[in-house]
Design a protein around this ligand. Structure first.
Ligand SMILES: Cc1cc2nc3c(=O)[nH]c(=O)nc-3n(C[C@H](O)[C@H](O)[C@H](O)COP(=O)(O)OP(=O)(O)OC[C@H]3O[C@@H](n4cnc5c(N)ncnc54)[C@H](O)[C@@H]3O)c2cc1C
Length: 276
């Protein structure tokens, strides 16, 4: 594993092993490339979603590790884009060592599409109006020519054997990942909870939308999962607001008896808290 310290490599392996005891295995990278990228285009997909296309020469050679590849968006502070030392796998620990004045903000986003032939990626950013974290603030203001940092991370969805019954559950922030998974391996049952119809965008066939309105995030998704016929799933993926991910997983394990090692779940954001 390239230039990473023995301690970082050991920690990385242990974290992966421990996680695989309690959830479905994920795809681990062995190189975490980082480089600057430039905004090439910005398109509003609806009132709440901006598709930002980034260009970097490195994308011509870069490869995803799986359908729901995600990365760390490094946002410049004080007009300067500083990068964490490349030798650390733990990007948070590496960033903490940078001087506060130029320490970049970091948030996680999904690579919705990679086009190596033109060295571009598309990223769909949810602009959550009632909260002003650095990620959505940066995305709301980004214009062509703006520069941010890219830090490769990994992916969580592993292609499942043909015939396996799969359940995908998400919200508006997980819709880019869920759509990419369905494009790579169609045929899963998919439930997506969004606040209301104004969040809808074209999605692959088979996605069922449910609307939470002003209810707790995850409540309508859980209801929809609980109402599914008592079919057996061989694999489930539940990502989105933290309560959505944990409550769907709990239901699948406790009420449907699904082995926890067949469920991938992740809190993409947490109500009232920054996703550091
Ligand atoms: C693996 C992974 C992939 C992800 N992919 C995407 C993606 O492709 N597109 C995308 O938009 N997001 C994605 N996210 C979610 C995104 O990282 C979080 O929403 C993150 O909190 C945004 O950072 P922020 O700086 O805007 O807000 P933060 O600083 O993290 O939080 C500030 C406040 O905003 C609130 N908040 C955060 N997100 C939302 C939201 N969606 N709705 C309402 N309030 C919110 C928080 O509760 C908090 O109160 C992904 C997360 C992970 C872990």
């Amino acid at each position: 594993m390239g230039t990473y310290s023995a301690l970082d490599q050991f920690q990385h392996k242990v974290i992966g092993k421990v996680a695989s005891l309690v959830m479905a295995s994920v795809n681990q990278r062995d190189r975490f490339e980082q480089f600057p990228m430039t905004v090439a285009r910005v398109v509003a997909l609806n009132d709440h979603l901006r598709r930002i296309t980034f260009h970097a020469p490195e994308f011509a050679r870069w490869r995803t590790s799986g359908a729901d590849e995600y990365f760390g968006l490094l946002m410049p502070r004080g007009g300067e884009l500083a990068f964490p030392v490349a030798e650390r796998i733990n990007v948070r620990a590496a960033i903490a060592k940078l001087p506060a004045a130029t320490r970049p903000d970091l948030r996680w986003y999904t690579v919705r599409a990679l086009r190596t032939e033109v060295a571009e990626i598309d990223v769909d950013f949810v602009l959550h109006a009632d909260a002003h974290g650095p990620g959505s603030t940066w995305a709301a203001a980004a214009e062509p020519g703006a520069v941010a940092g890219f830090r490769a991370c990994g992916s969580t969805y592993r292609e499942q054997p043909a015939g396996h019954a799969r359940l995908l559950v998400g919200d508006e922030t997980a819709l880019p990942a869920l759509s990419a998974i369905l494009e790579a391996q169609p045929g899963a049952r998919a439930i997506v909870e969004v606040p209301d119809e104004s969040y809808l965008t074209p999605v692959p066939d088979g996605v069922e939308f449910v609307y939470r309105g002003s209810d707790e995030p995850g409540s309508r998704a859980l209801e929809a999962v609980a109402a599914l016929p008592p079919e057996d799933f061989d694999y489930a993926w539940a990502c989105g607001e933290s309560s959505l991910a944990t409550s769907v997983r709990r239901h699948l394990v406790k009420e449907r008896g699904l082995d926890r090692r067949k469920i991938m779940f992740s809190g993409y954001w947490k109500r009232g808290q920054a996703r550091t």
